[in-house]
Design a protein around this ligand. Structure first.
Ligand SMILES: C[S@@+](CC[C@H](N)C(=O)[O-])C[C@H]1O[C@@H](n2cnc3c(N)ncnc32)[C@H](O)[C@@H]1O
Length: 437
């Protein structure tokens, strides 16, 4: 096994482990990052080869890059000693290649003059190849970690590493700019943040040729994120206005066009998830979604509570046709309990996903009465991640489940049925001032 060092972005540190483990698992690579410390932006990992490092990092949103580790130290003196001790045998392999040096710094910076001095201090590497700033064969990177306390600018790094760049991530290739909602043609009040949509798809193990379904698709934020990773995207939403969009040039389809991923768009249907019309033998590899919690959108299902009213509706005739059988009929909708919807979602996933398929969905919780046992569970789905994005008084959690085989029997619970989250909307609008009963 060889040592590599990963440099992380300063974003959602508690999601990093899930993202990298999911990407490694997707590629069938063994990766142990249980030692990851969320406060540390650098992480040393052991992998078999560069190919594994490349595969794990290239799609990552929360990591910036991965480097073959040549040495480390807390001062440049220690670093040089370590590089010469542990990596001398590598120097010869890179003697003639074109190369350049790069700096990856955390909480610090270097002037050009300082950078040149540091580069000079590596002269013992004795590389003879040309220095090429554009497209060199190899990039050697100096990674520096500074510690800042108070308002003082840190001048001396506390940790240093030196390595060969193996792979920069999708984040470093500006994927966040590309999918930024500010630049997206069709968005709405429910559109989901681009960065976390992409992270959700990575943790959901979306991949080329895999079918991804968002049953509460809204403006299609997860669908375009899934297509970015090669997924074939199918969405549905009860609200026909969402699916129709604002115009022919401003709808879910046009977003795919904008990102040049039209071939990855299967379709978006107007459909009540609880009356699902997707053929039962249609294989869905990943389900990724942000179900309706009643904060920015209503939670409704097709149906009518009053049977007499329903019977009266069925008698309405328009142009000699029964109104409810006409194409332009808009079915009535009724309110539904969130706990029931989540139960439907888990049942659907347990039934439709293949073994190993993933369900990833977001769920809000009030911080003062959250309890893990309230999270919905299904006996055929293993809850592998419960990742929290914390706001002031509430959080939203990305819950990720893996469909297990016949020999797996987990717990079936729906703590939401008993209490708590059904009050989430009410408590949200009251600023969480009263505890739920
Ligand atoms: C939180 S929003 C999801 C937003 C979406 N992620 C986006 O990018 O815009 C929830 C969506 O669920 C839809 N919805 C509500 N009840 C539904 C149901 N029974 N079946 C399908 N969709 C439903 C709403 O119309 C809304 O668009």
């Amino acid at each position: 096994m060889r040592e590599y060092i990963i440099a992380f972005a300063q974003a959602y540190p508690n999601f990093r482990q899930a993202e990298l483990e999911s990407l490694a698992d997707y590629h069938g690579i063994k990766l142990d990052i249980s030692h990851h410390d969320e406060t540390n932006p650098f992480l040393i990992v052991k992998l078999n080869n560069d190919e594994e490092a490349r595969k794990i990092l290239e799609r990552s949103i929360l990591a910036k890059g991965i480097y073959e580790l040549w040495g480390q130290g807390s001062t440049y003196e220690d670093l040089h000693e370590d590089v010469q001790k542990r990596s001398r045998d590598k120097f010869e392999d890179y003697k003639q290649v074109s190369f350049k040096f790069d700096f990856v710094t955390y909480m610090g910076s270097r002037s050009n003059r300082q950078k040149c001095e540091i580069i000079e201090s590596f002269s013992y590497l004795a590389f003879e190849g040309p220095i090429r700033m554009k497209n060199p064969d190899v990039i050697f990177s100096v990674l520096e970690e500074y510690h800042v306390s108070g308002n003082e600018k840190a001048t001396t790094p506390i940790n240093l590493w030196f390595g060969r760049e193996i792979q920069l991530s999708a984040r470093s290739a500006n994927v966040l700019d590309k999918y930024d909602l500010k630049r997206r043609k069709y968005i709405g009040t429910t559109s989901f943040d681009a960065e976390l949509s992409l992270v959700s798809c990575n943790i959901g193990q979306v991949g080329p040729g895999k079918i991804v379904y968002d049953p509460f698709t809204g403006t299609g934020s997860f669908l375009v994120a899934a297509a970015n990773f090669g997924g074939l995207a199918l969405g549905s939403d009860i609200d026909a206005r969402m699916i129709k969009g604002k115009s022919e040039q401003c709808n879910i389809k046009s977003n795919f066009k904008q990102y040049n991923t039209s071939l990855n768009f299967i379709d978006a249907l107007t459909m009540d998830f609880t009356n699902n019309a997707v053929r039962s033998d249609f294989v869905i590899n990943t389900i990724v979604c942000d179900p309706p919690y009643g904060v920015r959108e209503g939670l409704k299902v097709c149906g009518i509570n009053n049977p007499e009213k329903a019977a009266r509706r069925e008698k309405v005739i328009i142009d000699g046709e029964k109104a409810h059988l006409r194409k332009d009929y808009i079915p009535p909708k009724k309110a539904y309990e969130l706990s029931n919807l989540l139960e439907d979602l888990l049942n659907f996933a347990a039934f439709r996903l293949p073994v190993g398929g993933r369900l990833a969905f977001w769920m809000p919780t009030a911080n003062d009465d959250f309890q893990v046992h309230n999270l919905p569970q299904h006996e055929k789905l293993e809850l592998v991640y419960n990742l929290e994005q914390e706001f002031n008084k509430w959080s939203r959690r990305l819950l990720v489940y893996v469909k297990r085989g016949d020999d797996y029997k987990g717990e079936t619970v729906n703590g939401l049925k008993v209490n708590h989250i059904k009050n989430f909307r009410e408590r949200y609008f009251k600023g969480f001032s009263q505890k739920s009963r």
